[in-house]
Design a protein around this ligand. Structure first.
Ligand SMILES: Cc1cc2nc3c(=O)[nH]c(=O)nc-3n(C[C@H](O)[C@H](O)[C@H](O)COP(=O)(O)OP(=O)(O)OC[C@H]3O[C@@H](n4cnc5c(N)ncnc54)[C@H](O)[C@@H]3O)c2cc1C
Length: 391
């Protein structure tokens, strides 16, 4: 492989493939190479449960959601018939303390001011929405009917297929092992099959963003954290359809998954690349699950489970854009558990930044990598992967 490229994207997850697709959409496909060390979508994208919501508590995340939801809704049309299986069943967030209720009220005011139709529910109303939910110890719930889910595998495959058809060169099983960044700018990347000369490199390596940054001599502050998911056998103790339920206080969620239900397991408190499923920890999870949804005591969870890596930045927000210290080096990483749903907006914005030198519609300066030096960190009270159910 002796190649030249205008842009090399490192990482073939939903983020890298969306950037490739959006570069192709701007007629730049022929100069783009995407390198993936495994198979497309085999990184943390394969562990995602595909949640899509606009119920965030910072403006920047809500802007990314609003644009991305518009994209998910027209995905099939945009992708010429390929589907991402997008559906809106709503998200129901649960608060336990008075402080959490107050945060929900503030979040909803911000969301409503930006056009998100979220609303505060009293615990009894939440129970009416999800019969079987124990709400006796809750202080409030937040609900938006326009939140939903899509398929991470389907979306990644569609982005890649359309990018490839337009001329993007995609190489799987091709790891980037070196980046030449002498003299303060990017020159090339090395893989076991050869060198690719390029003036632009995009780090879209998900939980591996840090090691890829290191190849270029750049510190990219993203850390991997293991999170488990358990899926039950067919289960009729909850309605056939109900909103995705997120207990923010506990850091636990339960969603309908086909005829069964899916629930989150432990999220590690320490960073690692470990993705094993700790079946012996299921008891601790079940204890809380049956408190919140007593009928889950009848559900069978013994067969299907997986663990994936959250791609966490120091302030739980993405890190996007150019890296000032190294000309030609860009990052699209650190999505902290919501990179799947924000991949459409991320792809468009990164393509604009790379090709036009600026973005339209959304100002991405708040999520620039420079914030870790200037101290302008973002704050999102109650992130969806917070909570106490950590190992
Ligand atoms: C259990 C779980 C549930 C989740 N649920 C949701 C959800 O409901 N909604 C949501 O929006 N998000 C969710 N997420 C987060 C979401 O999965 C990620 O934010 C998103 O998939 C990140 O995509 P990515 O393309 O950046 O990363 P990845 O999919 O990890 O892609 C990066 C790719 O880079 C490749 N790579 C790494 N190093 C190199 C190298 N040196 N050379 C070449 N290739 C390399 C890797 O092999 C990998 O395929 C969840 C995550 C987990 C773990």
């Amino acid at each position: 492989m002796a190649e030249t490229a205008d842009v090399v994207i490192i990482g073939g997850g939903v983020v890298g493939t969306s950037i490739a697709y959006h570069l192709a959409r701007k007629r730049a496909a022929k100069g783009v190479v995407l390198l993936e060390k495994g198979r497309l979508g085999s990184g943390t994208t394969s562990a995602s449960v595909g949640g899509v919501r606009s119920q965030f508590s910072t403006e920047i995340n809500i802007r990314f959601s609003l644009e991305s939801v518009r994209f998910w809704r027209r995905f099939e049309e945009e992708m010429d018939g390929l589907s991402a299986d997008y559906r809106e069943m709503g998200y129901l967030f649960l608060a336990k303390t008075a402080k959490e209720r107050a945060i929900f009220i503030r979040n909803i005011a911000l969301q409503n001011s930006m056009g998100v139709p979220s609303q505060l529910l009293e615990p009894k109303d939440a129970e009416r929405l999800v019969p079987g939910l124990f709400t006796g110890d809750l202080s409030a719930a937040a609900y938006s009917a326009e939140d939903g889910r899509a398929g991470p595998y389907e979306a990644t495959k569609a982005f890649a297929q359309r990018a490839r058809a337009a001329g993007v060169r995609i190489h799987e099983e091709t790891e980037v092992i070196a980046i030449d960044s002498t003299g303060g700018r990017v020159h090339s990347v090395d893989t076991p099959s050869g060198r690719i000369e390029t003036p632009v490199v995009v780090d879209a390596a998900g939980p591996w963003a840090g090691p890829v940054g290191k190849l270029a001599g750049i510190e990219v502050p993203v850390k991997p954290y293991r999170r488990e998911i358990f899926v039950s056998e067919p289960f009729d103790g909850l309605p056939a359809e109900f909103p995705n339920v997120i207990d923010l206080h506990a850091g636990w969620y339960v969603w309908r998954e086909g005829a069964g239900v899916l629930m989150s397991g432990v999220k590690d408190a320490h960073s690692s690349y470990d993705t094993h499923v700790n079946w012996s920890g299921l008891g601790q999870v079940a204890e809380f699950a049956t408190h919140r949804v007593p009928s889950l005591a009848r559900a069978s969870f013994g067969k299907k489970a997986w663990a994936g890596l959250y791609d966490v930045s120091p302030d739980d927000h993405a890190i996007l854009g150019a890296v000032p210290e190294l000309e030609g080096f860009y990052v699209a990483v650190g999505f902290s558990g919501h990179g799947f749903q924000h991949s459409p907006a991320t792809g468009r914005l990164m393509a604009e930044l790379i090709l036009d030198g600026r973005t339209t519609g959304i100002d991405i300066s708040p999520v620039s990598i420079t914030r870790f030096k200037t101290g302008a960190l973002l704050r999102e009270p109650l992130t969806a992967h917070a909570g106490t159910m950590s190992g």
